[in-house]
Write a protein that binds this ligand. Structure first.
Ligand SMILES: *[C@@H]1O[C@H](CO)[C@@H](O)[C@H](O)[C@H]1NC(C)=O
Length: 193
């Protein structure tokens, strides 16, 4: 009995010794995979904000939607953090893994999410009742901050991303400012100087 108990403990230890490096060695998802999946999650949520009406733009309806978008973006940032220190062909792998994308391709994928979130934020603020405006404004401003952390991790992963990105997100720069995110914006623009 004793032998089997000890053997079982050793076996468990041996299995875990071999199991954990395998998990760590798994290739992280590429930036394109993370951004495509994020866009798929965020699109239906952002559309609810984009097409919100004075009738359904209530605090109770909007709060969980904004929360879900924020959670999705935070999750993407967590996934992208796994790419830090990885080789370029892993970071820039296409969704199907067959090619290596250019910085401008990543800029396009990222701009879709950025433009979607900020356009939706701007649209919903136009229809919310004055009594909940400041609450919703704060939630959207915080969400904007989370979007900036997404931009920031990608700028650190993808060389040459900023210039093509700025052209693509130009339409929402005024919305970013109106959400009180001017400091984050100028830090971003500072990267060009
Ligand atoms: C509000 O109603 C419109 C029209 O039906 C719909 O498209 C939109 O998704 C709704 N938004 C919310 C926040 O429920």
């Amino acid at each position: 009995m004793r032998f089997f108990a000890v053997a079982s403990v050793l076996l468990t230890a041996a299995v875990s010794v071999f199991a954990s490096p395998v998990v760590e060695r798994q290739t992280p998802q590429s930036a394109a995979v993370v951004l495509t999946s994020l866009t798929n999650t965020v699109t239906p949520l952002a559309n609810r904000l984009l097409y919100a009406t004075t009738a359904n733009a209530t605090q109770a309806t909007l709060t969980p939607i904004i929360g879900d978008i924020s959670t999705a973006v935070t999750g993407a940032v967590t996934s992208l953090n796994l790419l830090v220190g990885q080789p370029v062909d892993i970071i820039l792998a296409s969704v199907d893994g067959t090619t290596i994308l250019a910085a401008s391709d990543i800029a396009t994928l990222l701009s879709v999410v950025v433009n979607l979130v900020f356009t939706a934020s701007s649209a919903v603020l136009l229809v919310v009742d004055i009594t909940i405006y400041s609450v919703i404004y704060s939630l959207l401003s915080s969400l904007g901050g989370v979007v900036f952390s997404l931009i920031s991790i990608l700028l650190s992963l993808v060389v040459g991303l900023l210039s093509p990105l700025l052209i693509l997100i130009a339409p929402v720069l005024s919305i970013i400012s109106s959400l009180g995110l001017t400091t984050l914006l100028s830090e971003l623009l500072g990267g060009l100087l």
